[in-house]
Design a protein around this ligand. Structure first.
Ligand code: MRU
Length: 347
């Protein structure tokens, strides 16, 4: 099943909060519910929340009481605002909403129903394209992995983080499907444990060899020569190659450079934000301290103990060996290679 889909007038998602213990889905019938599912991380991962927002826009059109295309446009504007505010860091969210708004503006629909169907078709096409883009990144990136390697991975960047297949875990899957034999270290990724809960669940299903590591063990294994490659995803890549990804990525990049280990991020061009000159301009989400002190309802410390919970950090481009996109691998200097990647002219 796809992470998110349009099924008979509702948006159906895998509830990622329930994994790996149970496989559950939720059906969302309003744009408010879609925005809330993005905020509370029923669905998470940059490409997945982008496509979810596109389906949210389709739902806004589908449920709109308007009788004219103009009326639907007004409802779409409200939905766009709500969806864009659901989570701030992954640019895929705003990109997907803006893509849907552009579609709404560019065509003259004769009837409200024609408009509604066009929105649903566009969101579905975006979902289909996401799968193909992930597979293309897998084809470009799988050459980075060779027999006998151990690859360190952070967070969850697999099928669950996209519509299907995944970004960095998609590269890992592509290498496995090509017959390469290697091992994966999965950072557990505190505080929400996307690595331990979601990435391990995916690799179990694919039969890929892995161990979950406490986040604090990455340096230990790198120093002992037991990691040959680091692969992570991205939530937003600035024009100079700095990128935001799950908290903990920056320290991995520094450790990789110290230990002379290649460090790659895997991101579709919908994650590249050329309007930002550097990573210092990327908005970083700070989530509730409860996720640190009471993860998944488990009370680790007394209620009055205080915590901070930034969800992402920014890795400077100087630590990045390359950025795997659907158009090929962008390499330093990123100011040039990312422009080419976004224009589809990298290869
Ligand atoms: O907070 P999350 O789980 O949405 O964060 C996800 C990540 O940081 C991923 O690495 C990123 O979205 C790339 S996933 C294809």
């Amino acid at each position: 099943m796809r992470t998110v889909d349009w099924v008979g007038g509702v948006v159906r998602m895998i509830d990622q909060r329930a994994l790996p213990w149970s496989f559950e889905t939720v059906d969302l019938g309003t744009v408010e519910e879609v925005a809330e599912a993005i905020t509370n991380m029923t669905v998470r991962g940059a490409p997945a929340i982008g496509v979810s927002a596109a389906f949210g826009m389709a739902l806004a059109g589908f449920t709109s009481a308007a009788r004219s295309p103009e009326g639907i446009r007004a409802d779409l504007a409200m939905a766009a605002n709500m969806l864009k505010n659901a989570r701030p860091t992954a640019v895929n969210l705003a990109w997907a909403v803006d893509t849907m708004l552009t579609l709404a503006d560019q065509h003259d629909y004769r009837t409200a129903d024609e408009f509604r169907h066009a929105l649903i078709d566009a969101a579905r096409s975006m979902a289909d394209a996401d799968v193909e883009i992930c597979k293309a990144m897998g084809r470009h990136g799988r050459e980075l992995i060779s027999d006998g390697m151990t690859v360190l991975h952070h967070c969850n960047t697999g099928a669950l983080a996209a519509v299907d297949y995944g970004t960095a875990l998609g590269v890992i899957r592509a290498a496995h499907e090509a017959g390469t034999r290697f091992h994966v270290f999965l950072d557990e990724t505190r505080p929400r444990l996307q690595g331990a809960r979601l990435s391990a669940w995916e690799l179990e299903q694919q039969g890929i060899s892995y161990d979950i590591l406490p986040d604090t063990a990455a340096g230990f294994f790198m120093q002992r020569g037991e990691v040959q490659l680091v692969l992570v995803g991205a939530d937003r890549v600035a024009a100079n190659g700095d990128f935001a990804n799950k908290i903990g990525t920056y320290q991995l990049a520094v450790l990789a450079k110290e230990n002379r280990i290649p460090f790659y991020t895997v991101a579709p061009t919908s994650t590249v934000d050329l309007s930002l000159a550097s990573g210092s301009e990327i908005p970083i989400e700070e989530r509730s301290p409860d996720e640190v002190t009471h993860p998944y309802g488990n009370k680790l410390v007394p209620d009055h103990f205080r915590a901070r919970n930034p969800a992402f950090d920014v890795t400077p481009a100087r630590y990045v060996s390359g950025i795997v996109t659907e158009h090929g691998i962008a390499r330093p200097p990123f100011t040039e290679s990312l422009q080419k990647a976004v224009a589809g002219q990298l290869l």
